[in-house]
Design a protein around this ligand. Structure first.
Ligand code: GLA
Length: 342
């Protein structure tokens, strides 16, 4: 017996709290209204996926995993199936469409893994109910497939977010709090024009620096800036300065939102970008130029690189109705909520 499947899995934009998740820090992402749509039917024992935007078909037989055809985009499937442990009768034949620009730092890969995971698990399943567990399974599948030691932010934003709200996530305890955006603030997501993937980037180097800092100083959430400034290694000092000040910026952003202070919220984005560019060194000249250009638009309150970096997208705060004059993809974010059955 087969059942129709229709899932929408959003991309995400991170408002603030960049490169803090893998050291147990704070993050404030938001699920987007753009993402991946999965339409098809359950097909016991086999998974067959095609996509408008990714090359090649993915084909997996549960009773013959060695014959799997995974292409470049289906590599997360074997690990995901092992994590989900849904038995030999699970299966899905589906076509995927996406209105999310790929390799844009907006988490198209986690939209894919979370969407496929929910589609496989089914409505009302244990995985549907325990969204943080679903996020953890997808994170592990992506780490196993792509060898990038990512944190939990993207999968949590996509699996757990509620409609119309950003998600404050404590990556040490996995506690979440929905956060309402203040009136008079538009969130703009802007492609920098530099397409990139984290695979093969310096992401793992940054994660290793955070682990080394934690080894030397203890949990970075509890570390004072003065302790970081006292380090003898100049690179670690810069990396640590970013992480410590970025965790503080997440708390300041929550306060600015609660007070309705959109100017201060914008200032925190500007500070966040300076910190990523100078201390964490995940920006580049093209991204910096795009940040400056967006920032110079009348009505824009602040702008920064969002996501893993080395290219990808920017997030900007603006007064309502501001239009950007850029050639790249951009969108006013409308938080539609996490991955769901349609
Ligand atoms: C990528 C990773 C996340 C997070 C961000 C940087 O999106 O998948 O876990 O580390 O980079 O904040």
């Amino acid at each position: 017996m087969t059942t129709d499947v229709h899932v929408f899995s959003p991309g995400r934009v991170n408002l603030i709290g960049e490169h803090t998740d893998y050291s147990g820090g704070l993050v404030l992402p938001m699920a987007l209204s753009v993402g991946i749509t999965i339409r098809g039917a359950t097909t016991p024992g086999r998974i067959d996926l095609t996509s408008d935007t990714a090359e090649g078909a993915v084909s997996y037989r549960l009773d013959a995993p060695d014959t799997a055809v995974l292409g470049s985009w289906g590599r997360f499937l074997p690990s995901l199936l092992a994590q989900l442990d849904l038995g030999p009768e699970v299966g899905l034949t589906a076509h995927l469409t996406s209105d999310l620009p790929p390799a844009s730092g907006l988490s198209s890969s986690s939209a894919l893994s979370c969407g496929v995971a929910l589609a496989l698990a089914g409505p009302g399943s244990a995985w549907d109910h325990d969204r943080m567990a679903l996020a953890q399974a997808c994170r592990q599948a992506e780490i196993d497939a792509f060898g990038v030691n990512i944190g939990i932010m993207d999968q949590a934003a996509i699996a757990v977010s509620g409609t119309g709200q950003a998600l404050l996530l404590d990556c040490a305890t996995l506690e979440t709090d929905p956060v309402t955006l203040p009136d008079g603030l538009d969130v703009l997501v802007v492609h920098s024009g530099v397409y990139r993937q984290l695979e093969g980037s310096q992401y793992n180097d940054r994660a290793a620096s955070a682990a080394e800092l934690t080894r030397r100083l203890g949990p970075l959430r509890e570390v004072a800036l003065a302790e970081v400034e006292a380090l003898d290694d100049a690179v670690l000092r810069r990396r640590g300065r970013h992480i410590v000040t970025e965790n503080a910026r997440v708390l300041s952003m929550i306060e600015a939102f609660a007070a309705g202070d959109v100017v201060d919220a914008g200032r925190l984005l500007d500070e966040g970008h300076r910190s990523l560019a100078e201390d964490y060194e995940t920006s580049n000249d093209e991204v910096d130029a795009m940040v400056a250009r967006v920032r110079a638009t009348p009505g824009v309150l602040g702008a920064r690189l969002t996501g893993g970096g080395f290219g990808g997208s920017l997030v900007a705060f603006a007064e309502p109705g501001v239009e950007l004059d850029v050639e790249t993809w951009w969108k006013r974010a409308a938080p539609r909520g996490g991955v769901s059955f349609v």
